[in-house]
Design a protein around this ligand. Structure first.
Ligand SMILES: C[S@@+](CC[C@H](N)C(=O)[O-])C[C@H]1O[C@@H](n2cnc3c(N)ncnc32)[C@H](O)[C@@H]1O
Length: 350
């Protein structure tokens, strides 16, 4: 197994962290000696990674630049790329790596057990699929600064992975989607970007070629990656957005608290569902569901803390030891059909 190696000098670390994951930062890295060293090292190592040497090196670089607290890899395969990601985390001594694969039970654990402790301790492998994992992550508020999307490459599944991952990515986080030379991931990225204009591709718009099998350009030469950068704010428009069904305490809710970035004029709509489910399977009571809706007109230029009150407070009658769940849904309809409303922070219930 590869010995522990540090590829980046303190000067490299300072320079590339400053440049970040930007076209200029990636171009500077591509022409640097540190890139050449990484590409040489990962030329045929780890043998079980399905990625090219440049792709391995790029993921390594992203981790070093971003210093993520938490990274998710969707699609572990044989944990080859997992090792590259874990090594990058060791280089900066930071972060934990979740990796998931529904077909990896009994295969991945022995691979990880053969790793040195300092590498293995970074990794949390779960033999589950992205739907189960991401729904738990969302309800448990587990967020990721970087998500490597490399699971099922059929369009519908790749699009699901992008959409559901966008619920658990941190603000200013990054997605790296692999195999965008294939039609599934390619069209999934295209659809995701069309529906989420607040997200930015690292480098270029998708090719406008009329050939349906033409995959368009990649964001990093030598890879089949599209790199998508998450917005640093929450954006609200006329399509209602759910902030997820999350477990909560059985306490009343009477308003939503928001922190607005300078806003266009329009109306904010808020809806909350509270649900309570018996924990005991022999308890046949029907789950309880109650809801309330509120709205608030926001004048142009409003910013800072804002409250959307509900006409009455909402509290479930079910016992406190049931599973209590709360779901908040928001929408913003601008007066003149104009821009979305931006939130500086995730909204909260009070
Ligand atoms: C292209 S391979 C991953 C390669 C690996 N990331 C690497 O770089 O070596 C795709 C993996 O995704 C897994 N997979 C398939 N469906 C999945 C799903 N719904 N959620 C998570 N992983 C999935 C497959 O079992 C397979 O091992």
């Amino acid at each position: 197994m590869l010995q522990d190696v540090k590829f980046y000098s303190p000067e490299d670390l300072a320079k590339f962290s400053e440049l970040g994951i930007t076209p200029a930062g990636i171009d500077a890295w591509l022409s640097s000696p540190v890139h050449d060293r990484l590409v040489r090292t990962f030329d045929s190592y780890p043998p079980r990674s399905l990625l090219s040497n440049t792709a391995r090196a790029f993921l390594y670089h992203c981790i070093v630049c971003k210093r993520p607290r938490r990274v998710l890899e969707i699609g572990t395969y044989r944990a080859g790329t997992t090792e590259v990601l874990a090594r990058a985390m060791n280089e900066i001594d930071c972060g934990e790596l979740y990796t998931i694969d529904p077909y990896g039970d009994g295969i991945i654990q022995p691979i990880l057990e053969a790793w040195p402790e300092n590498l293995r301790s970074r990794v949390r492998f779960q033999p589950t699929d992205s739907m189960i994992f991401l729904s738990y992550a969302f309800s448990d508020k587990l967020t990721f600064d970087m998500i490597f999307i490399d699971g099922n490459h059929d369009y519908e599944f790749a699009l699901f992975d992008l959409l559901a991952s966008s619920l658990v990515v941190s603000r200013s986080g990054v997605f790296v989607a692999d195999n965008t030379d294939q039609v599934g991931p390619h069209y999934a990225v295209k659809k995701f970007l069309a529906d989420h204009p607040e997200w930015r591709p690292l480098r270029r718009e998708i090719s406008s070629s009329k050939d349906p099998f033409h995959a368009g350009g990649f964001d990093v030469a030598g890879t089949t990656f599209r790199v998508l950068l998450a917005p640093d704010k929450f954006s609200l428009g006329p399509r209602p957005i759910s902030f997820g069904a999350r477990r909560c305490q059985a306490i009343p809710v009477s308003s939503v608290q928001l922190d607005l970035e300078s806003s266009p004029s329009g109306t904010l709509y808020a809806k909350v569902y509270r649900r309570a489910f018996p924990k005991d399977v022999s308890d046949h009571s029907h789950p309880e569901e109650i809801k309330v809706t509120g709205s608030l007109h926001v004048p142009r230029g409003s910013c800072g803390k804002t409250t959307v009150p509900f006409p009455h407070s909402l509290v479930c009658k079910s016992p406190a030891d049931y599973w209590h769940v709360s779901e908040l849904i928001l929408a913003f309809v601008p007066d003149d059909g104009g821009q979305n409303l931006l939130l500086r922070d995730e909204p909260s219930l009070a």
